[in-house]
Design a protein around this ligand. Sequence first.
Ligand code: GLC
Ligand code: CA
Length: 556
Amino acid sequence: MDRKWWKEAVVYQIYPRSFQDSNGDGIGDLKGITSRLDYLQELGIDTVWLSPHFKSPNDDNGYDISDYRDIMDEFGTMEDFDEMQQEMRKRGIHLVIDLVVNHTSDEHEWFVESKKSKDNPYRDYYIWRDGKDGKEPNNWVSRFSGKAWDYNGETNQYYLHLYSPKQPDLNWENPKVRDEIYDMMKFWIEKGVDGFRLDAAGSYSKTEGLPDGDLNNVNVGAEYYLHGPRIHEYFKEMNEKVLSQYDDIMTVGEIAAVTVEDAKKYSGTDRQELGMIFQFEHVNLEYKNGDRYSLKPFKMSEFKKVMSKWQTELDGLAWNSLYLANHDQPRSVSRWGDDKKYRNESAKMLYTMIMTMQGTPYIYQGEELGMTNAGYTSIEDYQDINVRTIWKERVLTGMVSPEEMLDTLSVISRDNARTPMQWDDSKNGGFTTGTPWLKMNRNYTEINAKESLDNPDSIFHYMQKLIKLRKQNAVAVYGSFHEYDEENESLYVYTRELDGQKMLVVLNFTGEEKEFHLPKEIEYNKSQLYISNYENDGKIGDKCLRPYEAVVYLYE
Ligand code: GLC
Ligand code: CA
């Protein structure tokens, strides 16, 4: 298999707004990040994915960019960025930035020009259409709910926005737009960044004629903008004009509703498009009919099926990204573990899985501390634009009761992962001396980095060890994957193998003791303990696993 630095990397995602404030305005910033790089180095990660740091009016916390070549006012200056990057480099940390080019902010100068008149040179940078019978050009729905079109009175046309009205979609059909994007990518590469995470990257190409979508779909219209007709042509062009001009740029595309077959097209090793993608199957399993705000019970065998499928079906053909959380998902320990009694054990078990699978692992900030969901009980506490729109659409119209929606939000809202980092037990967890932009999770007095660094048994120290072991054992990175006991609703059992080096992973996903029987196909002469979240010896065999126990062996 083709070996690459970014396949061996362990990535840490920083959501700058919530990481560390350095000037007391309650908003995390670049200087704050720089001041915490020693902490990241100690954890052992070697790559940072930075959520958007560009100039933005913050309708969607930076995912609405008004200048691609400047820094968000609240985050600091270009000098701060350069300094942060130099300090990362000194510590051997690569920097991957967020490329948000499905849309810009409506305050980007391209859009300011574009909306002025139909013959403005920037008109065709966006997707403008005449209305139909006094209504929107088609029935597409925004991914934040509501119509995907907004009307502009001066020019009597509508523009498309797959996200908020302040995030107009760029017109990728226009070669000038694509060239602007490629130039901007070069600008950042030449400043020294090592790669890009491509936001909403499956939506750039829209089907000609923008036909009405199927109304039974939650995301009405998605069949005409996800994996659209020219999407692979665009990535090939981006690769040819930008990525292949430099050495080993890391790319990871965020692609909604992606199947294994699609993934091989976006990121196949023979395709010259992207290095890897984020898929969403394992995090979407609990959404009824694809609706994030309508939940169904979790089933372990379904979860394993999805995880294992991505492991085996991309093997040798494309490369996986491994993640349990990010700034759009709830906290992993609250979701799949037990964020109370077995918080320590279950958080360790979950990351044992992530760090022993084939692919590049991503740790979202705070996951190394076992941070939990926000615990908000009032709608006033939420800030996310997605929460505000869904509240308007479903609660204010009487579709769902406030109590029911608050319950759902406490499980699934994006703000669960956006509460500020918990550095210590001082006021505001050491995140800011001012008022945090988003309310802290109250548990920062017990769950925080200082406590974790002082405690040898902490999730942080376990994660540190997982990272170190992964760096020392190529089998953990490149090994092929084989699952056993697929129907087991409690245990996840699999092996990895590379050049005769073998690894057995046994994970208990429940808060109860569970019997493990060694599959008879597994034969060994010698075995040794790789890691466990409980006391364990290195002997492979039948055993009773304790609540959320994870045990990994190397064997020959
Ligand atoms: C991606 C981002 C999300 C953002 C959206 C629009 O899904 O991860 O945070 O709201 O794109 O840019
Ligand atoms: Ca600040």
